[in-house]
Ligand binder design. Structure first.
Ligand SMILES: C[S@@+](CC[C@H](N)C(=O)[O-])C[C@H]1O[C@@H](n2cnc3c(N)ncnc32)[C@H](O)[C@@H]1O
Length: 291
């Protein structure tokens, strides 16, 4: 079995969330439980940990790890935007701490069959929740050229969105676009030579993933409902990995009448963390307190 996902900004999240014994903590993107294992150790035997994730495979891995810590916990398969519904189902109205670590786990990215990465060849799936209907292949093979171009521009800020969309539509007339490598090659074929450090297909893949999983809408809904679930003095920390998400979190915290911002400056990983874990490099964490 593959090594566990390396939790990002773990020390900073623990320090700034100020998790204490006996608390109720909700990890809304529990993944494989990298952060939650440490939350569990802090809350101890009298605390309660709730984990949510769209990915059932991730939940299985988290379940096994948390069982070893011996903490009281409950896991939910579903979307964090439904946090209120999950809590109500176990008769909890208010919690002490809420945590979100957006994006994807290493195993989701590296698993070819999930279709998230252009680095490994696999079907163009990109669904975090395997029960949902829309895949990236459906978008690429059935949406109009203007719609594909719009998705790449809005969710990937891709400068060459029109060019890429045109090429996608041209190629799919010959044969449906089915794999991550086919898509990456299409992007490469129309992309001007550049000295950029990121792969030309990075933004296209990001855009499709965000669209397929309605990531920004989920985050906005979550930010509307979650402050009311926090106890007074309770804290919420959110780690995002691209500017679209970070902007949404920053504005929601700033404009909320129920929250006070704790970290005036956004929290980013240290150089030493980035040297050990390259995936941490784009992480940005914001923390707020319920007033
Ligand atoms: C970066 S990983 C979390 C890793 C975890 N903190 C750890 O250290 O093991 C992000 C997780 O969020 C999940 N996820 C993304 N969007 C979600 C949503 N709207 N609702 C619930 N889970 C979501 C993904 O399936 C993934 O497992």
């Amino acid at each position: 079995m593959e090594a566990y996902h390396e939790p990002v900004l773990l020390t900073e999240a623990l320090d700034l969330l100020e998790i204490e014994e006996d608390e109720i903590v909700v990890d809304c993107t529990i993944g494989e439980g990298g952060h939650s294992i440490e939350f569990a150790k802090r809350i101890g035997k009298e605390g309660f940990l709730i984990g949510i994730d769209l990915d059932e495979f991730a939940l299985d891995r988290a379940q096994k790890r948390l069982a070893d810590v011996g903490v009281a916990f409950k896991l939910f398969h579903g979307n964090f935007k439904d946090i209120g519904i999950f809590l109500r189902s176990i008769d909890i109205n208010y919690v002490d701490k809420i945590f979100l670590d957006l994006g994807m786990s290493s195993f989701q990215l590296s698993g070819a069959e999930r279709g998230f990465s252009f680095k490994v060849d696999g079907p163009l799936d990109m669904r975090m929740d395997r029960d949902s209907a829309l895949t990236a292949a459906m978008v690429l093979n059935t949406f109009k050229e203007e719609e594909i171009s719009w998705i790449l521009w809005i969710f990937g800020e891709e400068r060459f969105s029109k060019r890429i969309a045109r090429e996608i539509v041209k190629r799919r007339k010959i044969k449906p676009i089915e794999t991550t490598h086919e898509l990456a090659n299409i992007v490469l074929s129309v992309y001007p030579a550049s000295r950029s450090r990121i792969h030309p297909a990075t933004k296209t893949f990001q855009a499709l993933r965000i669209f397929v999983n309605s990531e920004l809408d989920n985050l906005k809904t979550f930010l509307e409902v979650s402050p009311a679930i926090l106890k007074i003095g309770g804290r919420i920390a959110i780690i995002s990995y691209h500017s679209l998400e970070d902007k949404i979190v920053k504005n929601a915290f700033k404009n909320s009448k129920m929250l006070k911002i704790i970290s005036k400056k956004v929290v980013t990983p240290s150089r030493s963390e980035i040297s050990i874990n390259k995936r941490a490099r784009s992480a940005r964490m914001r923390i707020a307190e319920r007033i």
